[in-house]
Design a binder for this molecule. Structure first.
Ligand code: MSP
Length: 671
């Protein structure tokens, strides 16, 4: 990363030949996350996105719709802009290549290169792919088909203007070798280098005769031609700096820190754009990062398959933040991934509802109940005092791990490792859950001598949430805002909140919390055609390990004894049955049968491991009022402690859980 304080980040400019899809949303969301992160770090960010409105694809789409190309562009542009608003994209500018100033700037650069004899007129015969708008050489073409889109190519011979790209081959190789962050990720860098080192780089045809394509920027030195769409499009990264900001800002922001692109358009960026910049005597961007592609339910996304994912629909159905989270959490950035609604629903339930959502809700419930709805006061030195480590080791650990979180996240964001960054944040959430569970605040609340400890635990949980909201903000800005609001804070997330190390203790005692609705209501995974999410990059549906759970003792669901012996009323009264509300449920890894439930008994919460996983999806149980044996001695099932047993009907197989018709308070006695 450069030492300058500016951070200029771009997305590709999208063709307006159709409405936006998940691929467009992916790059733009990733760019937004990085832009927000850098702003929090105090960088002067310029985040650019926009539309590529010239060229064959757009001309053809307009012709199909029977309207003029400009009318077509004007009709589609708002669909992109509205999507970005909906997805909470914080771009600083939106460029359209039909903007007047952009067209003039492209012409100025063309003239400059023409005057320097870096553009010349020549003739060319080659195989042309109309769809991809590019020529291929004889050896690229197989069976008369374009190697890229597999459509038929045609042989065309025409006069055109060429950019002397070939002469920059060695310089470009040297540049890539000397700058290991220039093309990323590493395998893509090797691909580009490999190509440059083994093939001769030719000159680039940068014009199209108007007879073949009229929808483009006219060459300033020959009105019979328009500019090749890529020459026009790539220039957007510079032209925007000249006219999209109140004052021209090329000197301020160029070279760009990061061009985010999909893997299919890496060559145009790493080779065409880099050599164009060399010819214009301008510095090259710091980094070009090529991300992978999404398939849908294992298939390539395409209109003809009818499986194009509409980001608007995903945001409406599942929420903007969960959708943003899913795209970055599910697949390592740079690799291909598979999108499925089941996968999205599972992530929402397992990571978000059971994770940060549950932590916020339980913390605030306990503060409401035990601290009159205000952040408790804790002796300032409670974590630093001499015996803090002895008294509150888990709190001290949680605080220490949050102290180092910032540095670790910096490294992960620098390395584009969004998924690991989110995993790390999730592990801090579960640290907080663990210290709450271990300290059992519901028990502390009943002991007047343990109030300081109770307050220490609840303060720490709330403070963890405050700090985690800062780190979650780039990926889930709306959620971060809600966490802050529910904690009773008004945080201005547009301020450089991560410029300095985040200090523990920012929450002020006495702040009135404002508990709101759950952050992430659980969603029912779509049953139809439901596939295990393990067909995506993250294996989250482990294959069952039957040997570990075949013993009857491992299945806490009671089965009636084969020959029921009679018991006395006194014997029965020893069994304490209580109502409980299921707060969260998840599968026990490597088990088909076992579910881990978190249930509320009103004054306390418990963890119960139940053998009902074949009958129920964990998500379907949340919110249900069930009956449990409350005084069963805790036991470990597959290494997980179970503090009770749920009642269910059924013999060797569970047929149905015992639930209650009326809404009764959790913890009510059952007799
Ligand atoms: N207009 C050019 C870019 C010019 S940049 C100076 C263009 N536009 S595009 O609309 O076809 O594609 C834009 C981006 O969407 C590319 O980065 C491409 O990789 C990305 N995606 C298109 N389909 C995709 C998926 N299925 N998955 C992920 N990204 C995908 O190319």
């Amino acid at each position: 990363m450069s030492a300058k304080n500016t951070f200029y980040i771009t997305t590709p400019i999208y063709y307006v030949n159709d409405v936006p899809h998940i691929g467009h949303a992916y790059t733009t969301i990733a760019a937004d996350v990085l832009a927000r992160y850098r702003r929090l770090k105090g960088r002067d960010v310029f985040f650019l996105t926009g539309l590529d409105e010239h060229g064959q694809k757009v001309q053809q789409a307009a012709a199909k719709a029977g309207i003029a190309p400009q009318t077509h562009c004007d009709k589609l542009a708002p669909q992109f802009q509205e999507l970005w608003t909906r997805l909470n994209i914080s771009n600083d500018a939106f460029i359209r290549t039909t903007d007047g100033p952009h067209k003039s700037i492209v012409q100025r650069y063309l003239q400059e290169l023409f005057d320097k004899d870096l553009i010349y007129k020549g003739s060319y015969t080659g195989w042309y792919c109309t769809f991809d708008e590019r020529f291929w050489t004889e050896k690229d073409v197989e069976n008369g088909l374009c190697p890229d889109c597999k459509r038929p190519v045609e042989q065309i011979s025409e006069h055109n203007y060429f950019f002397r790209m070939g002469q920059y081959q060695d310089r470009l190789i040297d540049h890539i070798k000397a700058h290991d962050r220039f093309v990323r990720p590493e395998p893509r860098r090797n691909e580009v280098l490999g190509f440059l080192q083994t093939q001769k780089l030719g000159d680039l045809s940068i014009s199209r005769p108007k007879s073949r394509l009229s929808w483009g920027i006219e060459l300033p030195f020959d009105t019979h031609y328009v500019t090749y769409v890529w020459f026009d499009a790539l220039v957007n990264y510079l032209s925007a700096l000249e006219y999209k900001l109140p004052s021209p800002s090329v000197a301020r922001y160029w070279p760009a820190d990061l061009h985010l692109v999909g893997k299919d358009i890496l060559t145009t960026h790493a080779v065409y754009w880099s050599t164009m910049l060399m010819a214009l005597n301008l510095p090259l961007p710091q980094t070009i990062f090529a991300h992978g592609w999404w398939t849908v339910d294992g298939e390539k996304m395409s209109k003809s398959r009818g499986n194009v994912v509409d980001p608007n629909r995903m945001a409406a159905a599942y929420g903007v933040d969960p959708f943003r989270y899913f795209l970055l959490r599910e697949v390592p950035f740079g690799q291909d991934g598979d999108f499925s609604e089941q996968g999205l629903a599972r992530r929402i339930n397992s990571d978000l509802a059971n994770g940060i959502g549950n932590l916020l809700s339980r913390t605030l419930t306990m503060i409401e109940r035990n601290c009159a709805g205000a952040i408790p006061d804790v002796p300032r030195d409670y974590l630093d005092g001499e015996d803090a480590q002895k008294k509150y080791p888990l709190l001290v650990q949680a605080r220490e791990s949050l102290r180092t979180l910032g540095d670790r996240l910096d490294a992960l964001f620098d390395g584009f490792e969004f998924n690991t960054a989110l995993l790390l944040v999730a592990s801090r959430v579960s640290d907080a859950d663990t210290f709450i569970d271990k300290h059992e605040p519901w028990k502390l609340a009943k002991d007047p001598l343990k109030q300081a400890e109770l307050h220490a635990v609840l303060y720490s949980a709330a403070e963890c949430l405050r700090i985690l909201s800062l780190y979650l903000y780039p990926v889930m800005p709306g959620t971060a805002q809600k966490i802050a609001e529910q904690l009773g804070l008004s945080i201005d997330f547009s301020a450089p909140l991560l410029r300095n190390t985040v200090e523990w203790g920012g929450l002020q005692a006495g702040t009135k919390i404002r508990k709101g609705p759950p952050l992430f209501p659980r969603v029912e995974p779509k049953p139809e055609g439901a596939k295990p999410v393990s067909d995506s990059a993250t294996p989250s549906q482990p294959t069952p390990a039957p040997s570990a759970e075949t013993s009857a003792a491992a299945v806490p669901t009671p089965a009636p004894p084969a020959a029921p012996a009679q018991i006395t009323i006194d014997e029965f009264m020893k069994v304490q049955l209580k109502t409980a509300k299921v707060l969260a449920a998840e599968r026990v890894p490597k088990s088909e049968k076992l579910l881990k439930l978190r249930v509320s008994l009103g004054a306390e919460e418990r963890q119960i491991v139940a053998g009902i996983g074949k009958k129920y999806e964990p998500e379907s149980l949340v919110g249900k009022n069930i009956v449990i044996v409350a005084n069963l001695k805790p036991a470990k099932l597959m290494g997980i402690e179970s503090q009770g047993m749920v009642l269910a009907a059924g013999d060797s197989e569970v047929r149905g859980l015992i639930t209650i018709l009326e809404e009764v308070d959790p913890g009510t006695k059952v007799k």
